[in-house]
Write a protein that binds this ligand. Sequence first.
Ligand code: DSN
Length: 416
Amino acid sequence: MNSTPFWGPDFDELAAEDPEIASIVLSELDRLRSGIQLIASENFTSPAVLAALGSTLSNKYAEGYPGKRYYDRAELIGIDRAKALFGADHANLQPHSGASANIAAYGAFVKPGETVMAMSLPHGGHLTHGSKVNFSGKWFNIVSYGVREDTELIDYDNVRALAREHRPKMIITGATAYPRLIDFAAFREIADEVGAILMVDAAHFIGLVAGQAIPSPVPYADVVTFTTHKVLRGPRGDMILCREEHASAIDKAVFPMMQGGPLMHAVAAKAVALKEAATQEYRDYAKQVIVNAQALSAGLAEEGMRPVSGGTDTHLALIDLQGIGLTGDIAEMRCDAARITLNKNSIPYDPQPPSKGSGIRVGTPAVTTQGMTEDDMAIIASLISRAVRDEDGTQAAAIADDVSALVTRHPAYPRG
Ligand code: DSN
């Protein structure tokens, strides 16, 4: 008999009550277990995080900020853990997503029509960094910067020149497809020179910061936003860190400007992930994520696929496929047929439209959670190479068999 007083997810009950949805949930688990997951923005959360997410805290409305209510304790604990882990003055755990946290950061510091500088989407930025189809591009005067064509690294001279010319109210750094470290000190200097707020969208790499594997933006930025489900391995959602002087503006921008009640089950799950990220085990994991990304990037280079900027310092590599005469969409489709999940991606100065893209993006957060190491990355590089070159699809089943052999040695969500 189970003596745990917890009352929560019961898969048998879901299967009995709603077999249609239960089968979708199960199919997703099967997909995770039977393939290789290389989406750089995804990971496998722990059973403890999933338990908090599936708890009765989901029922609780908790409008506003924590005080003395019993259910506020999870949020207070999470805030303390975030401040300690990142050395931040202030933390807000309530944003539901990366895009909504970024809306709050804009809301705290800029008014519609004002000028914001950010990295352009085709060079690795995010939709919320000024895309014309997003609130950021619709409501703000966006000045975009990018990477140099020769080095494929952020062009700091150009960032400085653009900042001097356009005097932005806020400068955003951070990206979704930039494999290299960002020089936060340089951005701080430029922001100070023009009197701009410095916002770092650290969604992709904050887990590496938490694991002390790369330098932190916190000492340099006015505000740092980040999703909690990427390398950080928490629930889907977001957090904001900021300097004390901005705490009230950020809190008011999250609630009531941008959203209503927080999702208390997600807030509790963020607190669990923050505790997990403060362990030596997690620090070892974060370092291995980078070692694996470097091994995968080098392995793909050996297979004739060029890593943009020559390699990676982080959890992801951006791979230019022009040398093997392929576009990203075709490569993504062929890998998918062999049960390797990755995404097509534009590369800087891409001659292809975004719907095709000249590249693929590969990330190692999930495979590292499965316990894979450099030798496994060499195998994955060779599997990708075989898959993308499988023109008529005749090799897909054989490659998928080799994928199965690899993931059997390193199972995702192992059976108990
Ligand atoms: N969509 C995410 C990514 O894949 O990078 C960013 O939010």
